[in-house]
Design a protein around this ligand. Structure first.
Ligand SMILES: NC(=O)c1ccc[n+]([C@@H]2O[C@H](COP(=O)([O-])OP(=O)(O)OC[C@H]3O[C@@H](n4cnc5c(N)ncnc54)[C@H](O)[C@@H]3O)[C@@H](O)[C@H]2O)c1
Length: 372
């Protein structure tokens, strides 16, 4: 069902500061999209509860405006399940390594499921030991980290989460990629269900923002990506790597994320990681790290929430450089976008919508979305 069509430009000036791919798209009600994704994953062999959790995590990304890690990745996941490198019925196991430490063996599950298990383990460890650190191995692409960090924040804890990808980012001063877009995420609970949540790739944009541009056939801005010769390109189809954010700072941060996600458990790092868009039958052996700090061991959680709310208020109230551009705290653009998309629907690029049409025919899952 069509609920509207998306204009070519974001309506608010400040949304342009988030690196979005703006293409011709159709607005789809979130419930309908969620049901389609859940149905496809269930048909691909995931148990009902797992299909629902992965669908929820992808939809949550789209609702928050993070289209790089939302439903656009569904065809990729289904392809890997079909070729056997994602295990639809994994036996995910947690092994405790001390009062505050555990390891989750993902058994090649969808990364969202392995990271979800790590999140639950980190919360449980933090409840007993005050903090919990859970390293993940034998996993696959896990999507956006905020999904897990915000669950920890809802439990009244401070969250830290890290994940990694195959070689997509050119190190500062280099020509060719080494590390992945290795994201980091921190979240802290505030009052009224809100949270401060910084969730970002350590590259200028995630690789999957480039992938979305390639699917929709739109160009990307100068300064995001380079081609196979290491030269700047605006064509997502010839792009082979992205640049780190903040020169040597983002470059170094991405490398340090691989310390947590690979070196800690002895998983492959950087160029040794099987390519996300390479052989779909090859297991990816991805890792991650999820941490939780139980605030109540330091001070009452409600007092902490009040402090964070006050930090947000004072931050928002700072004098603006440009009157029409608000000063937002980390996670606030996503909160605002979430409200908007819950009301208006989620933009699905027309080419992605056509791919969903083919999946619908193949899997027998209803998808009746048409462009106006
Ligand atoms: N699993 C993986 O392999 C992988 C790899 C890379 C990225 N990711 C995910 O990709 C997602 C998107 O990453 P990204 O780097 O494109 O994020 P982004 O650039 O959209 O946002 C980064 C952070 O900046 C904040 N922000 C954005 N605009 C702002 C503004 N105007 N004022 C104040 N704060 C603002 C956001 O709230 C966010 O916390 C993340 O969820 C990340 O976890 C996943």
């Amino acid at each position: 069902m069509v609920v509207g069509s998306n204009p070519a430009e974001p309506s608010d000036q400040f949304f342009q500061t988030m690196a979005q791919i703006v293409s011709k798209s159709i607005l789809v009600a979130q419930g309908e999209l969620r049901e389609f994704v859940r149905g496809c994953l269930a048909k691909a062999g995931l148990p009902e509860a797992d299909a629902r959790l992965v669908a929820d995590s992808l939809l949550e990304s789209n609702l928050r405006g993070i289209d790089s890690h939302g439903v656009a990745r569904l065809p990729h996941y289904l392809n890997r399940i079909k070729h056997g490198s994602i295990n639809p019925r994994p036996q995910i196991k947690a092994h405790q390594h001390g009062p505050a430490l555990a390891r989750v063996d993902g058994d090649h599950a969808m990364g969202q499921l392995a990271m979800q298990r790590a999140t639950e383990e980190a919360i449980a460890l933090a409840r007993s030991a005050g903090a919990g650190w859970v390293a993940v191995e034998n996993s696959t692409h896990c999507g956006a980290l905020a999904f897990f960090a915000l669950e920890i924040a809802r439990a009244g804890m401070i969250a830290l989460a890290f994940s990694h990808s195959d070689s997509f980012v050119v190190p500062f001063g280099g020509k060719f990629p080494f590390c992945g877009t290795n994201p980091i995420c921190f979240a802290a609970p505030a009052e009224n269900g809100k949270a401060m949540c910084l969730d970002m790739a350590t590259s200028v944009v995630p690789w999957n923002t480039i992938s979305n541009a390639a699917i929709e056939g739109v160009t990307i801005p100068e300064g995001w990506a380079v081609d196979a010769e290491g030269k700047s390109t605006t064509d997502p189809k010839v792009a082979k790597a992205v640049l780190p954010f903040g020169d040597y700072k983002g470059s170094g941060l991405g490398l340090m994320v691989d310390v947590f996600c690979t070196a800690l458990l002895g998983s492959p790092f950087g160029p040794g990681i099987a390519a996300m868009y390479g052989d779909p039958a090859k297991q990816r052996l991805l890792g991650g790290l999820v941490g939780a700090i139980d605030i109540s061991k330091f001070r009452p959680v409600d007092d902490f929430r009040r402090t964070i709310t006050e930090m947000m208020r004072q931050w928002n109230a700072q004098e603006r450089a440009r009157p029409d551009e608000p000063i937002l705290y980390p996670g606030q653009p996503e909160e605002m976008e979430r409200e908007r998309r819950l009301a208006e629907g989620i933009p699905v690029g027309v080419n992605l919508a056509a791919i969903f049409g083919k999946l619908s025919a193949e899997l027998g899952v209803p998808w009746q979305v048409e462009a106006n």
